[in-house]
Write a protein that binds this ligand. Structure first.
Ligand code: FUL
Length: 670
């Protein structure tokens, strides 16, 4: 990491910047590490990417045949007669989203079941053959019009995977898909985002399709040049989880594959277009280590998608599982506040409206965010700068004005002593993303004390901490790829009901657990799948928790369609107070927490007797699931944990009927 020299207080005044079109750069064999860093630091978003990033929150409406059949993934053989919203109201949906702070909406114009929400010419499997509005209805028309009327952007999700269309699996399907896209891109006004999902399953005839992405991209660029193409597209990348929690270190500049690079250099660099390849879900995809080995670099920002309910579609049995305003607040800090955009799904119900619980939670969430960010306590701060520089730019609420922190440090004094518990930092990404690490400190009894610190900043970085009361502060940039370009610095106070709490599994898993099984000989009855065993077979007793959300982080171990069974030898009889083990649940990634977890004991390592068992009968919420055994009692030499996997994914969920994955990390024995 480049260390910036410690010099006392400097910054240069900078005016708003105009955007240069440098979204991509090749790396030559002769480039030195310093050349590569400089190149990485000067990449910028395209106009369309910038507009998208500044929206901060996009809404997702999963609505369609599944809403009526109560499924997550339809089979494609559904009857159009089943699509019949009782009280459809596009304006109600859009207004609920708007009241929640959402500034653009993406509608599932066609999900994997192939049912089209507009009267397309490409298939009879559409609203045209439904009883809704006597076949005259058009959901795409109504929602796009409502978005326009309310001043929101509009985008479409068009699933390439189509389980209904008879042409799926043959070349002709790519033409059909082009026609569907053309209808959507020409009949409904401005389209700001086209969202392609990566699913590529079998169609009605058992065949899979080779998607003609490049042709689709060219069409979108021609018909709707402002639109970002997301996920299976060149403008916006999937953050790698559907939990709503992005990476703490999130770079918008990432390495690109040689093949993609070739495609870009063959075309104009001003209109970057490539099919995303490789694994973008790792916990680290943009660090120095990664970019120094890259052949090309691209500005490719992350989008964090999550549903307000456990499922993407509306299910009446989930009405009491709508994420609370506090959970949504946490998600905002962990997505928008981690340099990504939040794509929040709010699925309309069978009436064709947003359910009252969802709309209430959206509203309360927005109120809590407004309350938090209404007053920047650093607004009237005295910034200690070189003459001619204006520190006020750092708190003018504009992300396109900035200061160059060439000294790597800025000190400031609040008009009076204040109590705050949130820090907001923003880089002016029109100049690129540069900051690698920083620390915020306050002056206390003549000494500088750390309040909080972090790695990347990017478009926005939000950090929460226990309330601090202070007047004199300093921000030190401790690592950067080039001179830091800071746009905003804000200090805020959270409303009492949103204040950070120490409790909770999420926070606990950030510490290193000390426990009796660390380093003890252990065996697994079945080795984990090689794709998820990077940390080695002993990763489950190594005293390190894996990430709370990224299962591909070399700490989590994964098995497909198999139970987990692990045995630990403590060498001698040992007394245990408690034993717990964590599992992951991410139903959209086909990861299911176990149905039963059994703790068995043995004194000879040969015959084991079950001591306690925990059963998980209900479908758990996505996230971490901890199974805890207490009062373990007597002394034993061997412990064995068995976790029974969900053998097949239950109906109604992505991958239904397929073998589920089981992911576990760290058995803690105390
Ligand atoms: C996934 C799809 O399979 C889900 O049903 C949902 O649409 C989600 C946003 O993308 O990959």
């Amino acid at each position: 990491m480049m260390r910036l020299p410690f010099v006392f207080l400097v910054a240069l005044y900078c005016c708003p910047t105009l955007l240069a079109q440098e979204q991509y750069t090749p790396i030559a064999a002769a480039d030195t590490p310093a050349d590569i860093l400089r190149k990485a630091a000067t990449l910028r978003p395209s106009e369309r990417q910038l507009r998208w990033q500044e929206l901060e929150i996009t809404g997702f409406l999963h609505f369609g045949m599944n809403t009526f059949t109560n499924r997550e993934w339809g089979r494609g053989d559904e009857n159009p007669a089943d699509f019949n919203p009782r009280n459809f109201d596009a304006l109600q949906m859009v207004r609920c989203c708007k009241a929640g702070g959402i500034r653009q909406i993406i509608l599932t114009a066609k999900h994997h079941d192939g049912f089209c929400l507009w009267p397309t010419e490409t298939t009879p499997h559409s609203v045209r053959n439904s009883p809704w509005q006597n076949g005259q209805g058009d959901v795409v028309r109504d929602i796009s019009a409502a978005c326009r009327a309310e001043g929101l952007g509009f985008g479409v999700y068009l699933s390439p995977w189509d389980r209904n269309h008879p042409a799926y699996g043959a070349d002709a399907y790519n033409d059909i898909f082009v026609q569907q896209l053309t209808e959507l891109l020409t009949q409904y006004g401005p389209i700001e985002e086209v969202w392609f999902d990566g699913a590529n399953g079998e169609g009605a005839n058992g065949k899979k399709q080779t998607y003609d992405f490049e042709r689709w991209y060219a069409l979108i660029r021609r018909l709707q040049p402002r639109a970002v193409i997301a996920i299976m597209g060149p403008d916006v990348r999937w953050v790698g989880t559907e939990s709503g929690y992005g990476r703490e270190t999130e770079w918008s500049v990432v390495p690109m594959d040689e093949q993609q690079q070739q495609r870009i250099s063959d075309r104009s660099q001003n209109n970057v277009s490539f099919v995303p390849l490789g694994d973008l879900t790792n916990s680290d995809i943009g660090s120095r280590e990664k970019i120094l080995r890259a052949r090309g670099l691209v500005w490719y920002p992350a989008e964090t998608d999550v549903s307000i309910r456990p499922g993407w579609f509306y299910h009446p049995e989930e009405n009491d599982k709508v994420k609370t305003p506090a959970k949504l607040y946490d998600i905002y800090f962990s997505s928008v506040g981690r340099n990504s955009q939040l794509l929040l799904n709010i699925p309309p119900d069978t009436r064709g409206r947003i359910h009252p619980t969802d709309s209430l939670h959206l509203l309360r969430w927005k109120q809590a965010l407004d309350q938090t960010f209404q007053h920047n306590l650093a607004r009237d701060a005295r910034w200690r700068l070189k003459s001619g520089s204006s520190g006020a730019l750092l708190s003018d609420g504009r992300s396109d004005t900035h200061l160059h922190l060439s000294a790597g440090e800025i000190r400031f004094e609040l008009p009076q002593t204040q109590t705050f518990d949130v820090l907001c930092l923003q880089e002016n990404i029109r100049e690129g993303q540069r900051i690698e690490s920083w620390v915020l400190e306050y002056r206390h009894r003549g000494r500088w004390k750390v309040i909080t610190q972090g790695s990347t900043v990017g478009y926005k970085r939000l950090l929460r901490f226990h309330p601090v009361t202070a007047r004199q502060l300093r921000l030190r940039i401790t690592g950067a790829r080039a001179t830091p370009v800071l746009a905003e610095l804000g200090l805020y106070k959270m409303p009492a009901d949103m204040a950070i709490s120490d409790a909770g599994l999420q926070n606990e898993r950030k510490t290193a657990p000390r426990h009796k099984a660390i380093g003890k000989p252990c065996t697994l009855t079945t080795p984990p799948d090689p794709a998820y065993a990077a940390g080695g077979n002993a990763a489950w007793t190594n005293g390190r928790f894996g990430s709370n959300h990224q299962f591909r982080d070399a700490e989590w171990l994964g098995w497909r369609g198999q139970d987990f069974e692990g045995t630990i030898d403590f060498g001698k009889k040992t007394r245990f107070r408690e034993v717990f083990v964590d599992f992951m649940q991410q139903s959209n990634a086909w990861i299911w927490s176990p149905t039963e977890v059994i703790l068995s004991v043995s004194s000879d390592g040969v015959s084991f007797s079950p001591l306690q068992s925990l059963r998980q009968l209900d479908v758990p919420d996505d996230g971490l699931q901890r199974c805890r055994f207490t009062k373990v009692g007597k002394k034993y030499r061997y412990l064995r944990i068995t976790a029974r996997c969900v053998p097949r994914i239950p109906p109604g969920y992505p991958g239904a009927g397929e073998a589920a994955w089981l992911f576990m990390d760290e058995v803690v024995v105390r």
